[in-house]
Write a protein that binds this ligand. Structure first.
Ligand SMILES: *Cc1c(COP(=O)(O)O)cnc(C)c1O
Length: 397
């Protein structure tokens, strides 16, 4: 049980589940009563190498004992090495470091705005998508296409237009020479695991090429191997002008990054953007270790394998569900189980009661976002528990 009094001074911005976690190991979280939960949420797509990874802990401890913080008035080597590595696995240009997903989106919006004012005759409009999620700071919230999250905070950033995903005609109507940037998720995460179609991404690329507007992919959730490639755009033929990265980059330590192509790497010059903590040696060492481990453990290939096993298992569940499970969408280890009715919150609750953590990302969809290191046995067990939960909820309806 949670002693909620111990949390009475925490601002009440989250509807938290009644559990207090005390430790973790791999895909497992252990609560203060000693219960073990299998975690298919990964701290919202963050702990890809699993909880309390000893390799990351030792790299962080070494760096903590050596140097923790200097600010960006000076050079520290882990930042340079991480930037080079991030660049080499993505767009080949330069990197700006921040501390979160929302902050990397803020940097991307400023990149687009500065590009518009410098290179596009003052173009300042941003096109973003309905149902998108880019974070909760005011700029990122303005790009986020979920009006219920705007309530109480308007007016937001002006000159942001939202269009439906995968809808060429609506986009064409909204797009023009006054647009400095288009920001999209390759697969919408918080919006419900909704994939962009390849034709749509190509359409956006063509439009941006025709005016010089920046095409920005928000890879905060889809990046760092989640879909079986370093970045989700690499599953497609389309290359963006910049990407935002955060969540899994340092396996739980706060870090964000904006990576640009070489041609867009010098738009933000000295004095145009800043972060006191951004690019610090501790988080950058952790992130370098994450990227090296994904490589040395062959995790990108493993994600594809694990994904296939999940999808096979879930397809079997669908077949036996009497129509309750419609299918599975998503890519790699970013999946959603599609339900025929709005029973996802009940299914997630039943899973929780059975010590399996999943997330009802929509009323009719269960999101599966496990650590990338999940084993075959763990996948089978997760599918079995989920199937049982769906069955119980379905029969209770
Ligand atoms: C989570 C998320 C963000 C916001 O990241 P924070 O670290 O919570 O600020 C932005 N974009 C996408 C696509 C996300 O999934």
């Amino acid at each position: 049980m949670v002693d909620t009094k111990a949390f009475s001074h925490v601002m009440n911005t989250y509807g938290r589940l009644p559990v207090e976690f005390d430790s973790g190991k791999g895909v497992w979280l252990i609560d203060t009563d000693g219960n073990r939960y299998m975690d298919l949420i990964s701290g919202l797509g963050v702990v890809s190498l699993g909880h309390a990874d000893p390799g990351i802990a030792s790299v962080v401890a070494d760096q903590m004992n050596k140097l923790v913080h200097t600010s960006n008035l000076f050079y520290t080597r882990p930042m340079g090495e991480l930037a080079a590595k991030l660049s080499s696995i993505s767009l080949g240009g330069k990197v700006f470091f921040s501390n979160s997903g929302a902050e990397s989106v803020e940097a991307a919006l400023k990149l687009a705005k500065k590009h518009g004012s410098t290179n596009m005759d003052g173009a300042s409009r941003i096109v973003a998508l309905d149902g998108s999620f880019h974070g909760r700071t005011l700029g990122a919230l303005s790009a986020t296409g979920q009006p219920d999250k705007w309530a109480g905070f308007e007016p937001l950033l002006p000159n942001v237009t939202h269009v439906p995903i995968n809808d060429h005609a609506s986009f064409d109507a909204a797009f023009g020479p006054d647009v400095c940037g288009v920001i999209v998720e390759v697969i919408q995460g918080e919006g419900g695991v909704i994939p962009s179609s390849p034709e749509w991404l190509a359409h956006l690329r063509k439009a941006c090429d025709s005016t010089g507007a920046l095409l920005i992919f928000d890879e905060v959730q889809t990046g760092i191997g989640r879909t079986g490639k370093w970045f989700a755009y690499q599953n497609h033929e389309v290359t963006p002008d910049a990407i935002t990265v955060a969540k899994a980059l340092a396996n739980g330590l706060p870090i964000g990054a904006l990576v640009a192509t070489p041609g867009h790497s010098d738009i933000l010059g000295p004095g145009t953007h800043a972060s006191t903590f951004g690019g610090g040696p501790v988080v950058c060492s952790a992130a370098l270790e994450v990227l090296n481990r994904i490589e040395s453990e062959g995790l990108l290939a493993r994600v594809a394998e694990a994904s296939a096993r999940f999808i096979q298992g879930l397809d079997r569940v669908a077949g036996a569900s009497g129509g309750s499970v419609v299918g599975v969408r998503g890519k790699g280890l970013m999946l959603a189980v599609e339900l025929s009715q709005d029973i996802a919150p009940k299914v997630a609750q039943k899973c929780f009661d059975d010590f399996l953590l999943v997330n009802a990302v929509r009323p009719d969809a269960i999101r599966i976002l496990p650590p990338l290191v999940i084993s075959d046995n763990e996948i089978d067990k997760a599918v079995e528990t989920l199937a049982g939960a769906i069955d119980v909820v379905r029969k209770g309806e």
